[in-house]
Write a protein that binds this ligand. Structure first.
Ligand SMILES: [Zn+2]
Length: 106
């Protein structure tokens, strides 16, 4: 994803655009379009695989926001980016369910 962001004019600096924060127990990560920052929750992400899944999912939101003029207040846009992130990231609702993060992404 990071390789796709830069050529699309959406350069990413790991130190600036990715943050680890403490989150509510039912959240594993998020994308903040105001700060243009991906957040990975250090208190709920418990494995490398889960970290990779959260990071991929949120970077897809970052890509969509930058490249596709995503409006998070538009429900059709939100549905579209969530479907893309699920399909390209963790592949299925069942895998997210098994990992315990089916409802934790934003
Ligand atoms: Zn999402």
């Amino acid at each position: 994803m990071m390789g796709a962001l830069k050529p699309s004019g959406c350069g990413i600096d790991i130190r600036r655009h990715i943050a680890c924060e403490e989150c509510a127990s039912n959240v594993s990560g998020g994308y903040d379009p105001i700060m243009n920052q991906v957040i990975v929750c250090h208190n709920t992400v418990k494995s490398e695989g889960m970290f990779q899944g959260v990071l991929t999912h949120e970077l897809i939101h970052m890509f969509d926001y930058c490249q596709n003029d995503l409006d998070f207040k538009n429900l059709e846009h939100l549905a579209c980016t969530e479907i893309r992130a699920a399909n390209l990231g963790h592949c299925s609702f069942m895998s997210a369910w098994i990992n315990g993060d089916a409802f934790g992404f934003v």
